[in-house]
Ligand binder design. Structure first.
Ligand code: GLA
Length: 432
């Protein structure tokens, strides 16, 4: 009796506890094809940019040769339009033979040889959003097995062409099927984005138990309007979303579009800063072969990355929305440190915003401040001392702050980079 009870508890806990794949304890980082390269399948006329194995190999070369991998950008993720229009004779998905002549397994090996990981895209439904074969409920196990056999490391499971009932069944089933393969495969669920992203349709406790990350909201486009629209939705709903995130389970406001055509340098810094505050996955969707030096500097900013990757994994919040159009965001970090972002929605000129740490809820004391984009340091800022930051229109000022007496704080010391790389180089732990 006692032993059968214990057995039941064991089985129950194995199936109901937090997604137990041990993956993505910090927000995943890498590159994802969709926003920049969409469903360009015209390899005849646009061979450099079409969705093909060459595009993913090119990006892998850049990630491994241009310093990205060491910063934590290790996933190279395929999105829609990779597959053939037909499953094979045994009902398995297969890559388009012309655009992926080496097959996905070889592409995965290419990534692993370079200390990178490969992500793939599927869709719970009859078709993918782009009209390619989908994963209906009866195909979940087959597809999970196929991806594992190929050596895939992450799956984005989209939700076009399925209804709420199918999604409620299918997303947990895929989670179980991936776990059952025995291969660690990070699992990104688009489920909430298809059901309004909010309770009661969406239960974030359940999501945290079955997925490593999830798209909550609509697709990002290459414009500042699109970034603002996403930020507004996430902040309006932060009371629901913020507690849902934690190590191994992340809200996903969608890709970084820095380096493309829609954002100014200030707006690019704003996207990077706000994604770091939100503990968002950092998937760049840009052409790493032609990236400008300004965009590269923003995407490779070590301080912002380490704020994003903070091991506590607590998502930040918007603290204030001033009448002036200034908004203040805050995220708690390891060792009593924190990050602050001062964001301007103004459209006139740099705005001089004056406040104190005390009025931003900081406890009494003195603090060290590191401005992550300018590199400026302020050593002894008391909570009651007024300070002024100058924030550009649609730009940010971002601070890393820690108590002055915090001896172990590494940000302002010369070994900062060593500490940082030990935190953000998980690829070193699992070279494949
Ligand atoms: C949906 C997703 C996007 C992308 C496309 C592909 O719109 O939200 O991120 O995957 O499908 O067709």
């Amino acid at each position: 009796m006692t032993s059968s009870l214990a057995f039941c508890v064991l089985v129950l806990s194995a199936t109901t506890l937090a997604l137990d794949n041990g993956l993505m304890r910090m927000p995943p980082m890498g590159w994802l094809a969709w926003e920049r390269f969409r469903c360009d399948i015209d390899c005849k006329n646009d061979s450099k940019n079409c969705i093909s194995e060459n595009l993913f190999k090119d990006m892998a070369d850049r990630l491994s040769e241009d310093g990205w991998r060491e910063l934590g950008y290790i996933y190279v993720n395929i999105d829609d339009c990779w597959s053939s229009m037909q499953r094979d004779s045994q009902g398995r998905l297969q890559a388009d033979p012309d655009r992926f002549p080496g097959g996905i397994q070889n592409l995965a090996r290419y990534m692993h040889d370079r200390g990178l990981k490969l992500g793939i895209y599927g869709d719970l439904g009859t078709h993918t959003c782009g009209g390619y074969p989908g994963t209906t409920l009866d195909k979940i196990e087959t597809d999970a097995k196929t991806f594992a056999e190929w050596g895939v490391d992450m799956l984005k499971l989209d939700g076009c062409y399925s209804n709420a009932t199918e999604q409620e069944k299918g997303y947990p089933l895929m989670s179980q099927a991936l776990n059952a393969t025995g291969r660690p495969i990070g699992y990104s669920c688009s489920w909430p984005a298809y059901q309004g992203g909010l309770p009661p349709s969406i239960n974030y406790t359940v999501l945290g138990q079955i997925c490593n990350l999830w798209r909550n909201y609509g697709d990002i486009q290459d414009s500042w309007d699109s970034v603002l629209n996403i930020v507004d939705w996430f902040m309006t709903n932060q009371d629901v979303l913020q507690p849902a995130a934690g190590p191994g389970r992340w809200n996903d406001p969608d890709m970084l579009i820095i380096g493309n055509f829609g954002l100014s340098v200030d707006q690019s810094r704003s996207q990077m800063a706000l994604w770091a505050i939100m503990a968002a996955p950092l998937f760049m969707s840009t052409d790493l072969r032609t990236l400008s030096s300004e965009a590269r500097a923003i995407l490779q900013n070590k301080a912002v990355i380490s704020i994003n990757q903070d091991p506590l994994g607590i998502q930040g919040r918007r603290l204030l929305k001033e009448k002036s159009g200034i908004e203040v965001f805050w995220r708690p970090l390891l060792q009593s440190a924190s990050a602050l972002v001062f964001f301007s929605r103004r459209t006139d000129m740099p705005y001089r915003y004056t406040t104190t740490l005390a009025s931003l809820n900081y406890t009494a004391g003195t603090y060290k401040v590191y401005d992550v984009f300018s590199g400026q340091v302020m050593k002894n800022l008391s909570d009651t001392t007024a300070f002024t930051v100058s924030i550009n229109p649609s730009g940010v000022v971002m601070w890393y702050i820690s108590p002055s007496e915090n001896e172990t704080d590494t940000f302002l010391q010369s070994d900062f980079h060593c500490t940082l790389s030990s935190v953000i180089s998980p690829y070193l732990i699992h070279p494949r």
